[in-house]
Structures are given as C-alpha cells and as structure tokens.
Write a protein that binds this ligand. Structure first.
Ligand code: PLP
Length: 419
C-alpha cells in the first residue's frame, strides 16, 4: 500500500475512503460480504501478471508451473467442498459462469425455462436486455400468489408445454429453500438439463446448513463473493459426464486467460469454508437473517413468504407507506446500506419498487448475533418510517449515531490489536 500511496495518492485515498465506508455503515446488501485478509492477499498478488490460457498441465503459455499448482488446488478443494465430480474455477464472475452454462448445453434459439426477474430471478436467466433473453427463447415461471414461494406447478406446466432444453432455478431474491428433488423430476419428465444458479446461497451449502443442489443438478453455477465470502468471481461444478463440455465452454468459448490471482483467492476461500469456524458462521448467517426478517415483520415491514430460510429476506414496505427507492435513500442517509427491490406482483416500476432486500452475511462476518439483529431492525424501521434522504436531517443523524455506536463493538476489518 505504501507504494500505491507514493505513486498514486488519488487512488490510494479512494481505497482508504472505501474501507472507511465499509467500516462505518451497516452493510445489509444480501450479495455482499467482507472477504478475509488472506483472500485479499492472494487477489492482490503477482499471480495477476500471469497468462495461463487453457487448463492445468495443458496451457497455451510457458511458465505455468506455479499457477498450475494453484488451479489444481482450487479445483480439488472445490470438488471436496461440494462433493462434486468436476469443478471449473475460471469464470471471471457469476454472469460469465452462466454464459458458459448456456454455451455448454444450448444453441442460440433454444428454449430455456427460468425464474422471472421480477419474481427474484437474475438478468442472465433470460431477461430481455441480457444476452440470455436476446439469443434464447426464454420462458419464465414465477412465485405463487398466496405462498409467494416458487410455483412448482407452473414450472411443471410450462416445462411440459415448451419442452425446454434447460431449466434453471436460483436467483437474487429468493428467501426460501429450493425443492431440488421436484425440479429434478420435472427435468427428467421433459428431458431438460437441470441448472441451478446457486450464486446467492452456495455459501450456506458450503457451510452445510442448507441442502445442496449438487447431487440433483446436472450443473451448478455460482459466484464466490457472496455468502461464500471469497474473492469476486464465479465457478461451476457439474457431473463428470458434463465436465469436458463445461471446460470448453469456459475456455475457449467464453473467456481468454483466467484471472489466476482470483483463482488463488478462490482456493484460499474454499479451504476456509472447510473449517468449523466457517460452518459456525454459516449457521449464524441463517439464524441472523431469520431474526432480522421476523423483527422487521413485527414492525409492519412484512417479509415476503413470511420469513426466510437463507441469508436474505425481501420486505414489502406498503404496510408502512414508503416506496423502496425512498427507503433505500433514507437508510443510506443514516448509514444503513441496503437495496430497493421489486416484490412479486409489484405495482411499482422496478426503479421505484415496493420492497427492500436485506441480507445478514456482512454483519455476521463482523460478529453480530440475533440480539444485534433486533437492534438493526429497529434502526431500519426508524430510518424508513421517520427518516429522510438528507443526511443532515435530525433522524438520519440520530440513527447514524446509533449505527456508529453498534459498530464500535462489531467492526469490519478490525485493526490488529497493538503489541
Ligand atoms: N446469478 C445470480 C443468481 C446472481 O444473484 C448474480 C449476481 O448478483 C449473478 C448470477 C451474477 O454474478 P456477477 O455479478 O458476479 O456477474
């Protein structure tokens, strides 16, 4: 850091102010976390200098002896962690991993059945502005109006009607467990590839606190930087029979050289995930999310589906008469970072939205437990219902002071103790 500070104080200053931002707010974005100093060291290493197109021991460049060992370790650890036949650790991101899944199993124009974006799916699941919606015939299922959980009957009916090449489940705002057994049965019935996009919840699978899709799915794609708490990136695990297809789809079909510093960070993270400390963290993530969802619900900020089984909850703000966009701005002004989110059957436009999404991973990493989640729910409720988008507003300032007070006991990236 000293070299950066000396050479480019402008960027160095922004790194410091971003760390300060992460330390001084309550980070409730469900897809974010605070990766370990060990992962950060791997990501900030000279492995960034190395070209390594291809796969370990079959590269298109010389000088790959050390990065081969790194990627071998990352692959072996991923396979062990998830009990998978095959792992590809090269995708640069979750979206890249998903492009590779399409590349491996479909041809342009094929029909793919996935969760609709406005019910909790992801852009890469056939949304019209994404490659997936432009190049494929995307058909979407949603949630049931009463339970607000995935409508498996609709999924089955659409699968029978459209005979998709691939069926995808998983998304960005799904608070409940996914019924992998049912989806496997639907895929078998229509001869479709079963693809689970586990980007959000794979960290809970790694911690063995929720069921794994790996025994059921043909292919599981995921990001490494959410609950999993690794470096920013993507990965894919699949059945042995699909391994070659997936590898070819990642490179050379979709990507060039892998980001070997990222692959090293993934290896470090996968090893962390196999420790008892990680498993305790994963359980705490779920416990905290449940208490946060319930506590907000008790204050009239209703959790969609009535609660959560995972790390996130989605809340309907109509009971307190505030839109998602206003709630996000009011919270932001008070040092609470969360995002507006459409709720199923939302009457508002996506950029206004009737809901917010909250997640527990970051605060759990900082050591918070259920008691702190109740305090956090109080602070969110106060900011949303009485606060203002102006950080100088009295309520914004009061809530911000309480946020700061809470964070003194649960700092992000705590300074090492002196001596
Ligand atoms: N899939 C799902 C379900 C996601 O939630 C996300 C990101 O939030 C992605 C894929 C894309 O990941 P990335 O942002 O790393 O491309």
């Amino acid at each position: 850091f000293a070299a950066l500070l000396d050479q480019d104080p402008e960027i160095a200053g922004l790194l410091v102010s971003e760390l300060d931002r992460q330390r001084t707010g309550l980070q409730l974005i469900a897809s974010e976390n605070q990766t370990s100093p060990a992962v950060l060291a791997a990501v900030g290493s000279t492995l960034s200098n190395k070209y390594a197109e291809g796969y370990p021991h079959a590269r298109y460049y010389g000088g790959c002896s050390e990065v081969d060992k790194v990627e071998d370790l990352a692959i072996e650890r991923a396979k062990k962690l998830f009990g998978a036949d095959h792992a590809n650790v090269q995708p640069h991101s979750g979206a890249s991993a998903n492009i590779a899944v399409y590349g491996a199993f479909t041809a342009p124009g094929d029909t793919v059945l996935a969760m609709s974006l406005d019910h909790g799916g992801h852009l890469t699941h056939g949304f019209k502005v994404s490659f997936s919606g432009k190049w494929f015939n995307a058909v979407h299922y949603g949630v049931d109006k009463d339970t607000e959980d995935i409508d498996y009957d609709q999924m089955e009916a659409l699968a029978k009607e459209h005979r998709p090449t691939m069926i995808c489940a998983g998304g960005s705002a799904i608070p409940r467990l996914i019924d992998f057994e049912r989806i496997r049965a639907i895929c078998d019935e229509v001869g479709a590839i079963m693809w689970i996009d586990a980007a959000h919840f794979i960290g809970l699978v790694a911690g063995k606190v929720i069921p794994s899709p790996v025994p059921y799915a043909d292919v599981v794609s995921f990001t490494t930087h959410k609950v999993l708490r690794g470096p920013r990136g993507g990965a894919i695990v699949c059945k042995e029979e699909h391994g070659k297809k997936i590898d070819r789809a990642v490179f050379p079909m979709m990507q060039g050289g892998p980001l070997m510093h990222g692959v090293a960070g993934k290896a470090v993270n996968f090893a962390e995930c196999m420790t008892p400390a990680y498993q305790a963290y994963a359980q705490q993530v779920v416990d905290n999310a449940r208490v946060l969802a319930e506590s907000l619900g008790e204050k009239g900020i209703r959790p969609i589906t009535g609660g959560t089984d995972t790390h996130l909850s989605l809340h309907d703000l109509r009971g307190v008469g505030v839109t998602g966009v206003d709630a996000e701005a009011r919270c932001d002004a008070a040092g609470i970072v969360l995002n507006k989110n459409a709720i199923p059957f939302d009457p508002e436009k996506p950029n206004v939205a009737s809901g917010v999404r909250v997640g527990s991973p970051s605060l759990t990493t900082q050591g918070m437990g259920p008691e702190q989640m109740k305090v956090v729910a109080d602070l969110i409720h106060r900011a949303v219902t009485e606060g203002d988008a102006d950080p100088e507003h009295a309520v914004s300032q009061e809530v911000h002071a309480q946020v700061a007070e809470l964070l003194t006991s649960y700092p992000a990236y705590p300074e090492p103790a002196a001596g």
